[in-house]
Ligand binder design. Structure first.
Ligand code: ADP
Ligand code: ADP
Ligand code: MG
Length: 500
């Protein structure tokens, strides 16, 4: 056992704060790193010490592995937590950290390496009888051979970058005529985006659900699963709403998926927290997609239903402790939902909408957790992922959790930027979501921007009524000129943008 006394978090925003909070509870002192754009961020203020890495672009700050390790050594830290994104799935970084005599809070560089390549991952787990989406076992390069294989699998097919991630590097091919062109594009995109042109083919599941299993493994060979997370509500192959447990997973299916996930972890001698992603078809057959060798954005829903602090477990595992519980000790309690609050405009194809957070008031009350990294008045930088917060609720069952989430969204006040909150409220009220009968096509199937109607909360209605009276009074005294009401009310126009 090697006790961690000082931890550097090589990340920013909500996840950096989230990790440091647990560290503090464990009596571990914290070091934040930051870029010039994040000088005034809450994660910097929260840490015991903070070090500037460099200019705003990630390549000059959060991705500077050498600078981060150098900083860690200078500050005398004994461990680095990478969060998610940035260097979290970089095997070379994990290796260099370890070589510098610092604990990497995560799996071994070897596990990261195997699972970082979707193809290597499939090859590693193939021997364990884990169900996989029909497709090629190796990277494809020969066009006629690949075409033949695609024909055998049957269209539509998906061309995927082996090194892909974050929903990027995927191309759907509906018919043979498009194959060659799409394959060449996929290769060149994979090369430029991930520095690795290896692509492979998978059958495109037309009505898929994305369901993943959280695993925890220690350095003594014990691996357990902490049940599933349903992540089917996505835009651009990226999750926006996640929940645990899934509305369609039975105890029997849960156990089968959980055991498969444990096998996947064991196939690469995994330790730490990890997520095994599966795609589930209409018949509820599940297939292995990939493994994410890090803490996941949506990990809080698992924490809410299991009562386990996943960051604390990560730290204890990194210190060398065996897991303090076994599979049988784990139980699901109630239901949890997370919505990701992105600075994006759902009415404009979910394009990033960055700017200043003019109003920022978090929801409160029973069963609510907000993981965020901003305060009112701050600017959302353009350099990074536009996720500003995660709103998480917990209640006895799915129905109550949905009601609680709707209440929380209505209470959340954000002005100055457009966010995904209205969109999430729309989803939560939709019959397809409440019935549990939905897949990753939810947005395409059911969402249209004009469905985000203006919705007034009680306080807004009061404000409106007051305004109407005022206008009436003004018009009576003939003070109103054309255009004057418009400019008078403009500072308040933000409340019109809020909510459905
Ligand atoms: P999760 O699977 O935890 O929901 P995402 O797939 O949304 O997470 O990715 C988590 C974070 O990591 C996001 O900030 C995303 O942009 C980033 N990310 C994931 N994979 C890559 C990659 N290969 N290249 C760049 N960024 C990535
Ligand atoms: P990433 O590394 O970008 O997270 P994944 O392989 O996990 O890549 O896929 C991301 C998403 O793309 C999935 O959640 C799912 O919505 C969709 N997807 C992936 N593979 C398939 C497939 N074979 N058929 C249909 N949809 C898929
Ligand atoms: Mg994935």
């Amino acid at each position: 056992m090697r006790k961690i006394k000082k931890l550097l978090v090589a990340n920013r925003g909500e996840i950096s704060l989230r990790v440091m909070r647990t560290a503090k509870e464990m009596g571990i002192s914290t070091v934040a790193v930051y870029s010039e754009a994040d000088r005034n961020s809450p994660h910097v203020a929260f840490a015991d010490e903070a070090v500037l890495l460099g200019p705003a672009p990630s390549s000059q700050s959060y991705l500077r592995a050498d600078k981060i390790i150098e900083t860690a050594l200078k500050m005398g830290v004994d461990a680095i937590h990478p969060g998610y994104g940035f260097l979290s799935e970089n095997a070379d970084f994990a290796k260099k950290v370890t070589e510098a005599g610092i604990i990497f809070v995560g799996p071994s560089p070897e596990s990261i390496e195997v699972m970082g390549s979707k193809l290597a991952a499939k090859q590693a787990v193939a021997r364990y009888g884990i169900p996989m989406v029909p497709g090629t076992e190796d990277a494809i390069s020969d066009i006629p051979a690949a075409k033949h294989k695609a024909f055998e699998i049957g269209y539509p097919i998906l061309i995927k970058a082996s090194a892909g991630g974050g929903g990027k590097g995927m191309r759907i091919v509906n018919q043979e005529e498009e194959f060659e062109e799409q394959m060449l594009r996929a290769i060149s995109e994979a090369q430029s985006a991930f520095g690795d042109g290896a692509v492979f083919i998978e059958k495109y599941i037309t009505s898929p659900r994305h369901i993943e299993i959280q695993v925890l493994g220690d350095q003594h060979g014990n691996v357990v699963y902490l049940f599933e997370r349903e992540c089917s509500v996505q835009r651009r192959h990226q999750k926006v709403i996640e929940e645990a447990p899934s509305a369609v997973v039975s105890p029997k299916m849960r156990m089968a998926m959980g055991e498969a996930a444990v096998q996947v972890a064991k196939a690469c001698d995994y330790y730490g927290a990890g997520t095994v992603e599966f795609i589930v078809d209409e018949k509820l057959d599940f297939y292995f997609l990939e493994m994410n060798t890090r803490l996941q954005v949506e990990h809080p829903v698992t924490e809410m239903i299991t009562g386990k602090d996943l960051v604390k477990e990560q730290i204890l595992i990194a210190e060398g402790y065996p897991l303090s519980f076994s599979q049988n000790d784990l139980k699901i309690s109630g239901h949890s939902i997370e919505v990701r609050v992105y600075a994006e405009d759902p009415k404009n194809n979910f394009l990033p909408d960055i700017g200043r957070l003019r109003t920022y008031v978090r929801p409160q009350g029973p069963g609510i957790r907000v993981d965020d990294g901003f305060e009112e008045g701050m600017d959302i930088p353009i350099y990074y992922d536009p996720m500003i917060a995660k709103l998480i609720v917990h209640d006895e069952n799915r129905e109550k959790a949905i009601q609680r989430m709707i209440r929380a969204i209505d209470e959340y006040q954000i002005t100055g930027i457009e966010t995904t909150l209205d969109f999430c409220r729309f989803v939560l009220g939709h019959e397809a979501f409440t019935s549990g009968d939905f897949d990753t096509k939810f947005v395409e199937k059911y969402f249209r921007p004009d469905l985000l109607k203006v919705h007034w909360s009680d306080s807004e209605k009061e404000l409106l009524a007051g305004l109407a009276v005022e206008i009436f009074e003004q018009s009576k005294s003939k003070l109103v000129r054309v255009g004057a009401t418009e400019s008078n009310s403009s500072p308040r126009t933000n409340w019109k943008n809020r909510l459905i």
